[in-house]
Every structure is written in structure tokens, then in C-alpha cells.
Design a protein around this ligand. Structure first.
Ligand code: PGA
Length: 217
């Protein structure tokens, strides 16, 4: 029986691509660089904002990346909820997990302050046991440290944990933490990426996660 579900944020709980893309385009525009069409960002997000910026402007040196990062945050801190929304069926899934007594945590490469603000805004009634974003001094996913931090906050045997995400980075994070993974098809990346990253399960709707859990009750 699974007692703890760990969810990735961007591309799994929330469709954040427009606001992330707009923030990056704002930063690029401010420094006179070319912008990208929003769908191109699907393949740039997933490893944290710094990596997103390095992918958006590959020949930028460290100083320029720092400047772009500051501009990104300046914009994103104000506009991170302009067009972001939960995927269909996610609020109901989180409520049902809560009603069933299954603990819920978030493990994101989005920087910590933004991750907390956004999760609390979109899911105010869900009693998350831990909301973990990218933190200075801790490696980003696919390093499994973020999962271990969650397990420190909410001790649970690994066999009772399900990790749910939309990217190869997420599947690898779960694998390296030795917990069972679920890849979701509605996020930013194709199913082929989830398969190649050895997802233990693949689902195409949030209700399938419930089914997967109840199969395991
Ligand atoms: O901000 C990112 O790069 C991705 O964040 P995520 O880990 O919630 O998908």
C-alpha cells in the first residue's frame, strides 16, 4: 500500500509553460537577445531556471546568465500565476488522496519561494506534508537528494512511496531514490522520453493514478 505520493510541479500538477516562457522571453528581450516561441520551452524547462536560461541563450557567459536570471525572477515573481493552471482532474485527485489518508508532497526544480507560493495559491486546501523546490547548496533533480529531504520530513518506507512526474529527469530522480515512478502523458515531454527513462508506470489521466494506488492498497 502506498502511503506517500511525491509530485513534480511544472508539467505534472500545473501547466506553467506560458508563464515560464514569458518570463524567459522578458529577460532575453531586456538584454536584446532573440526570444523563443512558447512551445519551444517544453524542452528547455525541467532542470531549474538557471539551466532553462542556459538553454535559451546557449552562448551566454556566467555574468550574462546571472543577469538573465535576475530579470527572469523579477518578471516571474509578479507574473507566475497569469496563465498557469492545474491540469484537468488534478485538484480532484489531490482531494481524493487527502480523503484516503495518502500523504502528498511536491518535489520541484522550480526555485523554493516560487514553488511554495504557487502550490499554496492553486491548492490552498491540500495539507502537503512537504513542498520542496530548488534550494541553494542542494543539487537539482535528477539528483535524488530532494526525495531524501521529503522522506526526512515525512518518514515513509520507500516501498510505500509513489513518485509522479512528466519528464525523464523525474523518472531518473525516482529511480536513483529507489522509489516507484509514474510518468504522466499530459505534461511537457513525450511518452517516449518517459519510456526511455524507465518509468515504472505511465498514465494518461490523473484518475489512473488513483486506480494505480488502489491496485496497491
Ligand atoms: O523549473 C523547472 O525547471 C522544472 O520544475 P519541475 O521540477 O517542477 O518540473
Amino acid at each position: 500500500m502506498k502511503k506517500l505520493t511525491i509530485f513534480d510541479l511544472d508539467g505534472t500538477l500545473l501547466n506553467t509553460i506560458y508563464d515560464l516562457g514569458e518570463a524567459c522571453n522578458y529577460a532575453l528581450r531586456k538584454l536584446g537577445f532573440n526570444q523563443h516561441p512558447i512551445p519551444a520551452y517544453n524542452y528547455m524547462v525541467g532542470n531549474g531556471v538557471r539551466k532553462l536560461i542556459e538553454r535559451a541563450q546557449p552562448d551566454a557567459d556566467v555574468k550574462i546568465v546571472d543577469e538573465l536570471l535576475e530579470l527572469f525572477k523579477e518578471y516571474y515573481d509578479i507574473h507566475c500565476m497569469d496563465d498557469t493552471k492545474p491540469y484537468t482532474g488534478i485538484p480532484e485527485l489531490l482531494q481524493e488522496l487527502t480523503d484516503k489518508g495518502v500523504a502528498i508532497a511536491v518535489a520541484s526544480n522550480k526555485y523554493q519561494e516560487a514553488a511554495i507560493r504557487i502550490v499554496k495559491h492553486y491548492f490552498p486546501d491540500i495539507p502537503f506534508v512537504s513542498i520542496q523546490g530548488q534550494q541553494d547548496g542542494r543539487p537539482t533533480k535528477p539528483d535524488p537528494s530532494i526525495v531524501f529531504s521529503i522522506l526526512t520530513e515525512h518518514p515513509t518506507p520507500k516501498s510505500e512511496v509513489l513518485y509522479i512526474g512528466d519528464s525523464g529527469v523525474d523518472m531518473e530522480t525516482a529511480r536513483r531514490a529507489c522509489v516507484e515512478s509514474v510518468g504522466v502523458s499530459w505534461g511537457f515531454r513525450p511518452i517516449s522520453e518517459l519510456r526511455n527513462a524507465l518509468a515504472d508506470n505511465i498514465v494518461s489521466s490523473p484518475s489512473e493514478i488513483l486506480k494505480l494506488l488502489s491496485d496497491k492498497f
